[in-house]
Design a protein around this ligand. Structure first.
Ligand SMILES: Cc1cc2ncn([C@H]3O[C@H](COP(=O)(O)O)[C@@H](O)[C@H]3O)c2cc1C
Ligand SMILES: O=C(O)c1cccnc1
Length: 351
């Protein structure tokens, strides 16, 4: 296993001391204070500068879509890739608004789509196959495919770090990927499918019951074939974009750059990464609590507390992008506020 860089405790301590001297009652900026301290240890600086965020969306299709587990047809994956390239998706709006550079990485979109040289976002076309196999009945991918997807995500994170990005964000697009993510979360946490499987894009109760059955069948099948490690489960019930996301988080940690999670699917990928190497967890922060049923339990398994709870259930890194201005504000407050001494403001009387 590659030794991971460690957050610097001395910088966290310096940032904590600075927070105690800023012109506000101690703790009055709540979690913004914790965020500034957390980031100081990792960026690493006692007063970190404005973050330079990058956002990668990994897109791929899922064989399990044929089971009827999504409210939308599989063609929507490719259609949404076109939408991302044309700038019309929710994430395009948020990336523009918060000045986040956007890259789309096709790691296995099944349907063809035109290459538009006018596109708004950068496109990396590195499909591994036309979607995964149907995880209910067979391993979603081969070991070689899984490693390839992981490596693509890892490289994207490493390149972004090399280019000077200081906050790495990943999102996903892949019809039926909440089924794969739910199966992974169940397998890696031991929670029951009934507690983890949600409505995804908005399925009805009958389809949800089927989705629970599909997840249970997939877990039974993979257990019978000896699945044990996080990598085994990723290959058995994951997806190409989920493997790339897990590799992305591993790459961010290996580069010593913080990574911001999004919703249900990215959290499933983060669980895989952290089960693979616990040190990766030190570089992850949670953005929001998704409406998808099992998301909170998955975040709890990672010991992460989401910043926002807006009832989002979109993916595309939309919840993560919404947290970027919060993180920027945390750092600006930390770096730019006057101390009691500088401002000549009397400090608290309380010990
Ligand atoms: C138009 C559209 C845009 C999306 N953007 C993200 N997702 C989200 O929905 C999908 C997962 O839900 P399920 O497992 O139910 O298919 C993923 O593609 C996810 O990113 C979208 C879904 C749709 C339909
Ligand atoms: O939380 C998510 O990431 C999510 C939830 C539903 C559908 N797509 C994504």
């Amino acid at each position: 296993m590659i030794p991971m860089p460690q957050p610097q405790a001395a910088l966290a301590q310096a940032a904590r001391e600075r927070q105690s001297q800023l012109t506000k009652p101690a703790g009055s900026l709540g979690r913004l204070e914790d965020l500034a301290i957390w980031l100081a240890a990792r960026l690493p600086s006692p007063t970190p500068m404005r973050l330079k965020p990058m956002l990668a969306i990994f897109a791929a299709d899922h064989g399990v879509a044929t089971e009827g587990v999504s409210a939308f047809p599989a063609e929507v994956t490719a259609q949404m890739v076109i939408n991302f390239l044309n700038g019309g998706a929710a994430i395009n709006v948020l990336a523009r608004q918060h000045q986040i550079s956007l890259a789309i990485i096709d790691v296995g979109v099944a349907n063809d789509y035109p290459n538009n040289s006018q596109s708004i976002a950068k496109l990396f076309r590195t499909p591994i196959a036309n979607g995964t196999a149907n995880l209910r009945h067979a391993p979603a991918m081969s070991e070689a495919q899984c490693q390839k997807a992981w490596q693509i995500g890892f490289s994207i994170a490493q390149e972004a770090a090399k280019a000077g990005k200081t906050l790495l964000i990943a999102g996903e697009m892949g019809i039926a990927n909440t089924t794969a993510a739910a199966a992974l979360i169940c397998a890696l946490t031991g929670h029951a499918a009934e507690d983890i499987v949600g409505l995804g894009t908005g399925i009805n109760p009958a389809s949800r019951a089927l989705k629970v059955q599909v997840v249970n069948d997939a877990i039974a099948r993979a257990t019978a074939s000896g699945a044990n490690s996080a990598q085994d489960w990723l290959r058995e019930v994951g997806g190409f974009e989920i493997a790339a996301l897990a590799g992305f988080y591993a790459g961010a940690a290996a580069a010593g750059v913080p990574a911001l999670l999004d919703g249900f699917i990215t959290t499933a990928a983060a669980l895989v990464a952290v089960k693979h190497d616990a040190a990766i967890g030190q570089w992850l922060i949670a953005s929001h609590a998704s409406q998808e049923q099992g998301h909170r339990l998955a975040l709890q398994a990672l010991e992460l507390e989401p910043l926002l709870d807006l009832g989002l259930r979109l993916g595309e890194a939309s919840g993560a992008a919404l947290c970027v201005p919060l993180l920027q504000s945390a750092l600006a407050l930390h770096g730019e506020m006057a101390t009691f001494a500088e401002a000549g403001v009397a400090a608290s009387n309380m010990e």
